[in-house]
Ligand binder design. Structure first.
Ligand SMILES: C[S@@+](CC[C@H](N)C(=O)[O-])C[C@H]1O[C@@H](n2cnc3c(N)ncnc32)[C@H](O)[C@@H]1O
Length: 226
C-alpha cells in the first residue's frame, strides 16, 4: 500500500470544489464584516498587502490569489506554510498561472514571520483551521506577531473550531483524535470562550459568526490597541 502524505490526504478535503466555494464565500463575508467593526475596505490602497498564513493546499492559494487580484491587481501577496509539499505546489501554481502578479511563497514557521515581513505592513491576514496547530503559549506568540505585522486599519479573517457547548466539545475532541490517527498531526482544542479571551487579551476587536460546518466559526479581527 502506498503511504499518503498529510498534504495528499488533507488535500482531498480542502482541495475540493465545495471547500473552495466555502472559502470564497467566507473571504467575502469577512470583508463585509469590516463595516461592523467601523473599518474601511482596504483593497483600494495602492500598496495593498495580504498574507495567507498556512496555505494548506494549492487550490486554497488559487482561491485566495483570485479573490485578492480581482479586487486589486497590484496587490502584494505573501503565502507561507511549514510544509514542503504545500509550498512547492503553490510555487508551481504561481509560476504557471499567476506569473504577472507580485506573489511570494515561502516555506517557514509562522512564529518566525517577523524575520520575513516588515512590521505594520499587512492589510489582510487570512487563514483557516490554523490556530488549532498552536499550544496556548505559541498561540499567544502568534497573535502578538500578527498584531505587529498588521497595519493600523488591517484585518484578519479566520475560520476555526470553537466549541460552544458540551455536544460541540465532544465533536472537537473526536476531531483532534481523528487528526492524530488519520493525518498524524497534533491539534489543540480551543472553546469559543477561550478564543474570545485570547483575541481580547492580544489587543483585537472582533466579530464572530457560525459557519455551515459544525463547531467551525468565522472570526474577523481588527486591532483595538494600535
Ligand atoms: C488546516 S491547513 C490550512 C488550510 C488552509 N488555510 C485553507 O483555508 O484551506 C493548516 C496548514 O497550516 C500549516 N502549519 C501548521 N503549523 C504551522 C506553522 N507553525 N507555521 C506555518 N504553517 C503551519 C500546515 O502545514 C497546514 O498546511
Amino acid at each position: 500500500m502506498i503511504a499518503m502524505s498529510y498534504y495528499t490526504k488533507w488535500g482531498m478535503i480542502i482541495g475540493s470544489p465545495i471547500f473552495q466555494r466555502f472559502l470564497r464565500e467566507n473571504y467575502a463575508k469577512g470583508l463585509s464584516d469590516l463595516h461592523l467593526l467601523k473599518r474601511e475596505n482596504p483593497f483600494f490602497q495602492s500598496d495593498f498587502s495580504s498574507l495567507l498564513c498556512g496555505v494548506g493546499n494549492a487550490e486554497t492559494a488559487r482561491s485566495f490569489i483570485e479573490f485578492v487580484t480581482n479586487r486589486n491587481p497590484n496587490a502584494h501577496i505573501f503565502i507561507i506554510d511549514l510544509g514542503t509539499e504545500q509550498i512547492d505546489a503553490v510555487k508551481k501554481l504561481v509560476k504557471h498561472n499567476f506569473g504577472k502578479y507580485d506573489i511570494k511563497a515561502q516555506q517557514m514557521n509562522a512564529l518566525d514571520l517577523t524575520t520575513w515581513l516588515k512590521r505594520s505592513s499587512l492589510d489582510w491576514i487570512e487563514t483557516d483551521g490554523f490556530l488549532e496547530f498552536f499550544s496556548p503559549p505559541q498561540l499567544q506568540k502568534l497573535l502578538k506577531i500578527w498584531h505587529t505585522l498588521l497595519k493600523k486599519d488591517g484585518y484578519i479573517t479566520i475560520r476555526e473550531p470553537a466549541s460552544d457547548n458540551i455536544w460541540e466539545s465532544v465533536i472537537d475532541v473526536l476531531r483532534v483524535w481523528m487528526a492524530k490517527w488519520w493525518l498524524g498531526v497534533r491539534l489543540y482544542v480551543y472553546s469559543l470562550t477561550d478564543l474570545k479571551r485570547i483575541f481580547h487579551d492580544s489587543g483585537f476587536l472582533f466579530k464572530t459568526f457560525p459557519t455551515k460546518v459544525p463547531t467551525f466559526r468565522r472570526f474577523t479581527l481588527v486591532k483595538s490597541v494600535l
